[in-house]
Write a protein that binds this ligand. Structure first.
Ligand code: SF4
Length: 68
């Protein structure tokens, strides 16, 4: 699983770091990915859906590996 935060979209609301603190942390006023595997994929996907600006991207790399 690959997780990224678009720092241009992030408004630093802290929601992701509060809900999944093992995966996200705050670097000043922006979120950053601490450990993509820190929380279960379902939990990280839920946080991505809740992000108010859609700044979090989650891709399921294990699926694309099988498509190559
Ligand atoms: S939930 Fe979205 S906007 Fe809020 S800190 Fe996390 S990435 Fe940034």
């Amino acid at each position: 699983m690959h997780v990224s935060v678009d720092s241009g979209l992030c408004i630093g609301c802290d929601l992701c770091a509060r809900l999944c603190p093992l995966t996200f942390s705050m670097d000043g006023k922006k979120a950053e990915v601490r450990d993509p595997l820190g929380h279960a994929r379902e939990d990280v996907s839920k946080v991505a859906d809740k992000c108010p600006t859609g700044a979090i991207r989650v891709s399921h790399a294990e699926w694309t590996k099988h498509l190559r």
